[in-house]
Write a protein that binds this ligand. Structure first.
Ligand code: AMP
Ligand code: MG
Length: 424
C-alpha cells in the first residue's frame, strides 16, 4: 500500500452526531432539484424514463360505444323476458360497423370491440342464446345496458392522461399509445460519475497480492446505477492521496450531475474524501445512524451533488439504496416512492444493540405455512455474499434491542417500486 504523506485532518466535532436515516433521506431529497434537461423521443423509446410533459387526451378512448362480448345487440325494450325472439338484420364487427338502422324486434350480430349502433343499448353474450331460422332466441336476457362499453370509458377528451414527473412503465406506454401519442418529452438521465478510492484496490482482470482486493464496489455501483436508468460515468479507481482525489473530484464535478464515491470517508489515516469535499465544495452532513453504513458524506461540488459512500461493500450497497437512489430518482424528475415495508416473524433470534437503525440481510420465505423472514448467518459489512444471498432487508429501528425468534420484524424487499406513482 502506498504510504500517504498527508494525514486526514477531519475530526468530528462533539455535536456532529450521526443523523437518523429518515432525516438524512428527507434532507438529501429536499436538497435535490430535478434536472431541467429534456429529450424528445419516440414513445417506444420512453420505457423507464420520466415524462417531462403533462399529456392531455385529444380523443375519447374508446371513441365510440362498443361491445365487450361476442353476441347479439338489441334494444332492451324489445327483449322483456327470457326466451325473447329477435330477427337478425345485420352485423357489426371490429373495424366494420353496422351501417343500417334497427327496427322494433330486430337485433344484430356483434363482436367484441365492434361499434354499438344507434338503437342498440344491450348486448347478450352468444353463449346465452340460440339461433332458430334466421332469428335469435335470448335464453337468458341480461340486464339492460349489459356488455356495452361507453365512449370515453377509459379516457375522455380533455382528460389528463399522465402528468409530468410520471415514471413510464409498460402500462403507461400503452395508455399513451391509446391516445395516439407517438412522441413524448422526457427528462434527460442524470449523469452520475462514480469511482472507488483505496490504494488496496486492483482491477478485476489481473492478479492480486496479499493485502490487495479486487475493486468490487465499482461494479456493484455501476450495476445499481444502470438498473436505475442513470447514465453512469465510470472513473475507475483513485488512490488514497489528496492530490489524486482533488483531480478526480474536479473532473467529476465538470462532467456529472451527481458524484458517487466509495471508501475513504471515515476518520482513518488514509481517509481524505471528507476533507477534499470540504475544500473543493461543501459538506452538508456526514454520518448516518445506520448499520452498516454510518460514515457517509453528502455535499456539493460546484453544480454536482456529492455522495461519499463507505467502502465496505455491504455499506456501499445499503447507503446507495437507502439514500442515493431516492436522490437520483428526484434528480431524474421522478418522485421517490416510500419504501415498501411489511412485518413478518423472524425465524431466528436477532442480535441488536440500541443505537443505530440496522439493515440485516435476509430471505423471505412465503412458502412456509406461516410466512417468515430468515436472516443470513453472516452479517459482516464486508461480506457481500450476505447481500447476494438475500432478497430483503430486516429493518430494526435505532432504539431496538435484541429480537427473539417468532417476533414480528419490519421487512423491506429488494424488489420494490422506487418511483412513486403520483396520485390525482
Ligand atoms: P474504507 O471505507 O476506505 O475505510 O474501506 C472500508 C473497507 O472496505 C476496507 O476493508 C476496504 O478495503 C474495503 N473497500 C473499499 N473500497 C472497496 C472497493 N471498491 N471494493 C471492495 N472493497 C472495498
Ligand atoms: Mg479506504
Amino acid at each position: 500500500m502506498t504510504q500517504t504523506s498527508e494525514q486526514s485532518s477531519f475530526r468530528p466535532s462533539p455535536d456532529n452526531r450521526p443523523m437518523p436515516l429518515a432525516a438524512a433521506r428527507a434532507r438529501i431529497v429536499d436538497a435535490i432539484t430535478p434536472l431541467a434537461r429534456t429529450e424528445h423521443v419516440a414513445l417506444s423509446d420512453a420505457l423507464h424514463r420520466v415524462l417531462a410533459e403533462t399529456v392531455i387526451s385529444s380523443i375519447d378512448v374508446p371513441g365510440a360505444a362498443n361491445s365487450s362480448m361476442d353476441g347479439f345487440g338489441f334494444a332492451a325494450a324489445d327483449a322483456p323476458a327470457d326466451g325473447a325472439c329477435l330477427a337478425i338484420v345485420g352485423q357489426s364487427l371490429a373495424g366494420h360497423p353496422f351501417a343500417g338502422t334497427l327496427g322494433a324486434g330486430e337485433c344484430i350480430r356483434i363482436m367484441t370491440g365492434a361499434v354499438v349502433p344507434p338503437g342498440v343499448d344491450t348486448v347478450v353474450m352468444q353463449e346465452n342464446t340460440h339461433e332458430d331460422d334466421g332469428q335469435v332466441v335470448i335464453d337468458t336476457v341480461p340486464t339492460p345496458g349489459s356488455n356495452v362499453r361507453p365512449a370515453g370509458e377509459d379516457l375522455a377528451r380533455g382528460d389528463t392522461v399522465l402528468r409530468a414527473g410520471h415514471y413510464l412503465r409498460p402500462a403507461d406506454i400503452a395508455v399513451l399509445a391509446s391516445v395516439g401519442k407517438p412522441q413524448v418529452e422526457i427528462h434527460a438521465r442524470p449523469r452520475v460519475a462514480f469511482f472507488s478510492t483505496g490504494d488496496e484496490l486492483r482491477p478485476i482482470d489481473g492478479p492480486i497480492a496479499p493485502g490487495q482486493i479486487y475493486d468490487s464496489n465499482r461494479y456493484g455501483l455501476a450495476a445499481m446505477l444502470s438498473e436505475l436508468g442513470m447514465e453512469g460515468i465510470n472513473m475507475g479507481v483513485v488512490g488514497d492521496s489528496p492530490d489524486a482525489l482533488r483531480a478526480a473530484f474536479a473532473e467529476a464535478a465538470e462532467r456529472a450531475d451527481a458524484i458517487v464515491t466509495s471508501g475513504g470517508v471515515s476518520v482513518g489515516a488514509a481517509d481524505f474524501v471528507l476533507d477534499i469535499l470540504g475544500e473543493q465544495g461543501e459538506v452538508d452532513f456526514w454520518r448516518v445512524a445506520i448499520k452498516p453504513g454510518k460514515p457517509l458524506a453528502f455535499g456539493t461540488i460546484r453544480k454536482a451533488r456529492f455522495f461519499g459512500l463507505p467502502g465496505n461493500p455491504v455499506s456501499t450497497a445499503v447507503t446507495f439504496l437507502q439514500l442515493v437512489r431516492p436522490a437520483l430518482v428526484r434528480m431524474a424528475g421522478g418522485t421517490p416512492a416510500t419504501p415498501t415495508r411489511f412485518y413478518l416473524p423472524t425465524r431466528t433470534d436477532l442480535d441488536k444493540r440500541p443505537g443505530r437503525e440496522n439493515f440485516l440481510r435476509a430471505r423471505i420465505d412465503m412458502a412456509a405455512d406461516t410466512p417468515e423472514v430468515c436472516a443470513i448467518d453472516h452479517q459482516g459489512s464486508g461480506v457481500m455474499r450476505s447481500m447476494s444471498a438475500s432478497d430483503c432487508f430486516i429493518v430494526l429501528p435505532a432504539d431496538q434491542g435484541p429480537v427473539a425468534a417468532g417476533e414480528r420484524v419490519c421487512v423491506e424487499p429488494f424488489a420494490q417500486s422506487v418511483w412513486a406513482v403520483p396520485g390525482d
